[in-house]
Design a protein around this ligand. Sequence first.
Ligand code: NG6
Ligand code: CA
Length: 504
Amino acid sequence: MRSFLLLAVSIALALSAERPPNIVLIYADDLGYGDLSCYGATAVKTPHCDRVAAEGLRLTSGYCTSATCTPSRYSMLTGEYAWRRKGTGILPGDATMIIEPGRATLPAQLKRAGYATAVVGKWHLGLGTKEHPVDWNGDVGPGPLDIGFDSCFLMPATGDRVPCVYLRDRRVVGLDPADPIAVSYKEAFPGVPTGVTARATLKMDWDYGHNEAVVNGVGRIGHMKGGTAALWKDEDMADVLAREGAAYIARFKDQPFFLYYAAHSIHVPRVVHERFVGATTMGPRGDAIVEFDFQVGVLMDALKANGVAENTLVIITSDNGPVLNDGYKDQAAEKIGDHRAGGPLRGGKYSSFEAGCRVPFLVWGPGVKPGVSDALVSQIDLATTCAGLAGVVPTANECPDSLPQADALLGKDSVGRPWMIEHATGLALRVGQWKYHLPQKTRDDIITRSTASIADPGQLYDLAADPGERTPVEQAERRDAMKAQLTTLRTAAGTRPGFTDAGK
Ligand code: NG6
Ligand code: CA
């Protein structure tokens, strides 16, 4: 009997050793450091995120790599800082893909370990190539399926950019071939109403930009016509994406899987389902936070219902910091009240101040030491770190800037990265409690959308004494040393020890 028990235990151990954790990466859009109740918000309740935080790890120095979406996502998926590459800024909706087919991305690393991989939600990394431009009415690609994802269900760009349709793998969902899609980022289609000509009919008015195509009563960036049956309805988007995410979990439950769930929430246009309207006193932006939290709940429930919660690592974070008015008149600034979207931090989306890149960052699941950690953790490290958890190591010419940081990600190392590069209008470097900004003009106050000018030779702040970066520290020696360190890191081909770009 005893030997039978021993045998059973060793088989169980062997099985668990063979099966690495599933990974669900839940990525919010424009969610700020102070936007969740587990990060101190009181004007909005986010019970699903709070539960993940209470049962798991809440990082207080977790960062995205850039203060806008496209470079942030590029860096996270490739493990290479986007600012090393031209053309990685905010992309139009008809851009070609900026990650070359065949790149050894985060999902590609996990595929090597036998994972099933999927992306659901916002893409915004371009589709097609120069040689193979996108045909929205045919096979759309190259795309996610060519850089390591087995399947996808996408919004091609952003909620505020055309085309406003979903893509499943390589096809627009629900497209009627008799009503083909045409997209132009250059000129309006004759006779098709725009946000200017049809302004009086809009359900959400625009403030700046967002006045070209009108889809579902909302003005967008870019012109589009046709595809009427395939057009999304903003109000249903959270439900549609959450359902897709849950369906992948059910489909993949018997093998290791990676799900990159890239929510549209809480990006503009903030048009939530009617059951979330008025969920907060902050108007659509606050309601969209509740809608994001709802999606977290759906995915967590799906993990439990499919019996994989025990063996799934869940990471919840955001692609960049908060913005209030981002081009629509949705009262985000007017109704903000006492809520501080960036918590105690200065700046927000588009800003090199801390709220630009320091974002909510929760980790939950097997191997996680629950609690709160101030370790420096960056999304740039997810590629190599997740690969490591799956037993895969990037080769010498892959993932140039992505460090293996499993101990910090799981709460076992309270220090994390030795340094952190933050990217907005220019670069900044954090080392321990110190933060150095290169000279640049950068977004400052999120309510007034004012700009701060950081003059040569840059500015130094002590984040321990002054987390809100209010008073620059006059320590020329330290400032110059950090500037020199940033130059060294920036001009290297990569910063991962052992990385070589030979044969790239
Ligand atoms: C800006 C848009 C903004 C938002 C942003 C991208 C205007 C005036 N502003 O150009 O609304 O779409 O791009 O946001 O059009 S991100 O989170 O995807 O980076
Ligand atoms: Ca964003």
